[in-house]
Design a protein around this ligand. Sequence first.
Ligand SMILES: *Cc1c(COP(=O)(O)O)cnc(C)c1O
Length: 375
Amino acid sequence: MRIPFVDLQAQYRSIQREIDDAMAAVIRDAAFIGTRENKYVRRFEEQFAGFLGAAHCIACANGTDAIELMLESIGVREGDEVIVPAHSWISTSEAVTAVRATPVFVDTLPGVFTIDPERIAERVTARTRAIIPVHLYGLPAEMDEILLVARRFGLRVLEDCAQAHGGTYRGRAVGTMGDAASFSFFPGKNLGAYGDAGAVVTGDAEIAERIRLVSNHGQVRKNVHACEGRNSRMDGLQAAVLLAKLPHLSQWTEQRIEHAQYYSSALADLPLQLPVVPQHSRHVFHIYSVLHDARERIGAELQQQDIATAVHYPNALPFLPPYAAGGQRGDYPFASATCRRQLSLPLYPEMTQEIQDTVIGALRRSLGATVKARA
Ligand SMILES: *Cc1c(COP(=O)(O)O)cnc(C)c1O
């Protein structure tokens, strides 16, 4: 049995009629482009804002643009610094560079992988404008402490929620705690479109209006340009897919959590570091991440049995070529150790117990061999 890392085809089969009908309607209406008048895009914005309990949602082309649009909307520009975790997907820091500001990296917390709030203060300078916490793998960052440091230094907080749709921190939805929040609907994300798509949510009407303007060529209405903007709109087809999928998200999230719990109980006796979920957080398991020194060997052995795994990510951001040359201070011990030891197991809502048992069996054999070889 070949086991993929995620199975988007299984999800499509489970809701095929809804998706096909939704896409056919957009094509019939020729509602392809997410201009202000596109009813599919506007309806998705309303429903996603409602799902989170946020005042405003502005759809855009992808999750990376969403971060860039947030930064632009609060006036981050050349010469400014923005604090980001040392361990994330490159979009988080790339968006900072895209507005000509400088990403400043902060190490992550051991075990939970999100930014260490206690290390933020030491990286704040007179140029620091904002912090971008990332709810990595689906686990909310430690927002109360982050918001406290932000208040102390007068910084904005922009949440990167690309991996955490539906997560909660002390009962609050991820995406509603900072000044604004970005989401990605890349197909493999917990809520995924059938192509690139993203959104910003915010409680701040000014941020919302600025992003609405900038993401659509600065147009107030047809041929009236209040400013120069750009083209970062969500396609009508993507909005229709997301509208069809949104009502299923809560159930899919429950299934992810159940599968994660099943892995964690079946792997508890192995010499693997398993995901830690603080009492106050709802982890939505975009990624089920384990740590082990021999992750390369384990991944290769699983691959030989047709079981896909992944690494998120093999290098901490400060050590990627575009940043390494800048001579970032510090050595980011926890982010580095994570990147060296991290392995992501297959996890998706439609996964059966039989599939999970196959993964678990292969992992147990792989680790049993290690124990024997060492004895
Ligand atoms: C996926 C992702 C993004 C960017 O999303 P795209 O839609 O692919 O541009 C940003 N941040 C994180 C942490 C992500 O995982």
